[in-house]
Ligand binder design. Structure first.
Ligand code: HMG
Length: 447
């Protein structure tokens, strides 16, 4: 069977940044270490006044098409995953295609376009749709363009404000891909939850602490479901585990739970038993409370072991690199985690030896659903990852003062109409220009 998977990636960050420990924390009267050590965040990305989900998505997509030398008629499908859409009918993919058609000869007239919604997990679902479309033989040799784009803003003063971010990840899904091959095995954990939602409102209603519990529960169920198909996941068979990263501290917790799960009944549990005992089994306890207390003690001890710390440092920590400096990109977040992992592999000088290695990818969306699958690294991965210009983009972000941040938040609040000067100068990119006669958003390409 021909491999199908991700052939190319481009990342586009919002062009502004907010320094969380040095600019945000002092204004909130909080210890900067709550951000750097607790949540694990340094800076968050924001869109300039002329950027939005369409410009970021279109700019990422243009970089991708240019780099791969693709013409519009070589794309048979454009799916946008977002939870920041401003239109309940016309999908963001049509706005993005319209932008791209301003600069290319030809058009996307015969491409199937759509929009995927399920909070942050929809980026992965859009990749699944592309995979299925190719596997079903409906692509006529053409590639699918999947774009995950979001402006993740919370109400001012909401605890989630610390975890904001904005950016887009464009991915090309093809046969014989250069970066990773996808597989047919997937595990799901899905329940009707009210932890984070936006019922006809731009900013989410969030039960932050509960959302963390729901994330962990659905991820555990997805992992169990995945293992029911492929058998137990063994720690040493996974090179990296990129998870959805609302903030790195969340993944730090998830990583510990995952390690406890995948080492149960293994020789690793036996080895660790000499220093921290065996994992508590519920049947050995008289009450649920006693069992949970024992689990909590075991987890604290596990976290301190060299064995766990080495696994975490190799498998999880490298996936958090981009998230730490851009915040939560919702639908794009897990795809940033994958890119961070691959960037780490390239920095470590891995090349052919990395081909065939496995990534265990954990996606999550509030509401709530987790999905786990594995991906296999393909020859060509390194060239694709080294082509990313995200370091240059990050280095050139405009650093906002707190007052400027409050203005930018208002500019992107759909209920407000404020006039704020742009902070950066558009340069070879799509920009938001205003509203058309039917209240549609309008865009131009600035040379
Ligand atoms: P909070 O209540 O302000 O923060 O908001 P906190 O007091 O819980 O502190 C955060 C961490 O920093 C804690 O670590 C503190 O101990 C630590 P923990 O105990 O949990 O390991 N801390 C410090 N560490 C060192 N030095 C200090 C210090 N002070 C505190 N001085 C919360 C945190 C996550 C609730 C908030 O940011 C929030 O509501 N975020 C939005 C919801 C969210 O991100 N949930 C994550 C799971 S749901 C999800 O991932 C889906 C999502 O992406 C949406 C979608 O799917 O569409 C959100």
């Amino acid at each position: 069977m021909t491999a199908v998977g991700i052939d190319a990636i481009e990342i586009r960050t919002g062009k502004l940044q907010l320094d969380l420990p040095n600019t945000f924390a002092p204004k909130k009267g909080e210890d900067p270490e709550k951000y750097t050590k607790g949540l694990g965040l340094e800076t968050s990305s924001f869109p300039d006044v002329y950027e939005d989900i369409v410009t970021m998505g279109a700019n990422a997509a243009k970089s991708l098409l240019d780099r791969k030398g693709l013409a519009p008629d070589e794309i048979g499908r454009i799916d946008v995953a977002t939870e920041s859409a401003f239109d309940h009918s016309k999908p963001v993919s049509t706005y993005i295609a319209g932008c791209l058609e301003q600069v290319y000869d030809g058009d996307f007239r015969h491409a199937n376009k759509g929009e995927r919604k399920f909070a942050c997990v929809s980026g992965t679902q859009a990749i699944d749709d592309a995979y299925n479309w190719i596997r079903a033989g409906r692509n006529r040799g053409r590639a699918a363009l999947v774009i995950a784009t979001d402006t993740a803003l919370y109400e001012r003063g909401d605890p989630g404000e610390a975890t904001q971010g904005a950016g887009a990840v464009a991915m090309l899904v093809t046969e014989d891909p250069s970066i990773v091959e996808l597989s047919t095995e997937q595990g799901y954990g899905s329940m009707d939850e009210t932890d984070f939602l936006k019922p006809n409102q731009q900013f989410p209603s969030v039960d932050g602490k509960r959302s963390m519990q729901v994330y962990l529960s659905r991820m555990r169920e997805a992992l169990e479901d995945y293992e029911s198909i492929v058998g137990p996941v063994e720690p040493d068979t996974v090179a990296y585990a990129p998870f959805h990263t609302p903030f790195p501290g969340m993944v730090r917790k998830a990583g510990l739970f995952a390690y406890r799960h995948i080492t149960r009944n293994t020789s690793i549990e036996d080895d660790l038993a000499e220093s921290i005992g065996r994992q508590p089994r519920e049947d050995d306890y008289e009450s649920r409370e006693a069992y949970e207390e024992a689990i909590s003690e075991y987890m604290d001890a596990l976290k301190g072991t060299d064995r766990y710390q080495e696994w975490y440092a190799e498998t999880i920590e490298p996936t958090l690199g981009l998230s730490r400096v851009v915040g939560n990109w919702y639908t794009g977040s897990v795809h940033l985690a994958r890119a961070s992992a691959l960037r780490d592999a390239a920095e470590r000088g891995l090349d052919d030896a990395f081909v065939g290695e496995r990534l265990l990818v954990g996606s999550y969306g509030s509401g709530a659903q987790a999905e786990i699958h594995s991906e296999t690294v393909r020859p060509g991965w390194r060239e694709e990852i080294e082509a990313l210009d995200i370091d240059e983009q990050l280095a050139s972000r405009y650093d906002l003062s707190f007052e400027e941040y409050t203005q930018v938040h208002e500019v992107h609040d759909y209920d407000k109409s404020v006039d704020v000067e742009e902070f950066t100068v558009p340069d070879g990119e799509f920009v938001f220009t205003g509203w058309g006669r039917m209240n549609e958003r309008t865009y131009d390409y600035v040379e």
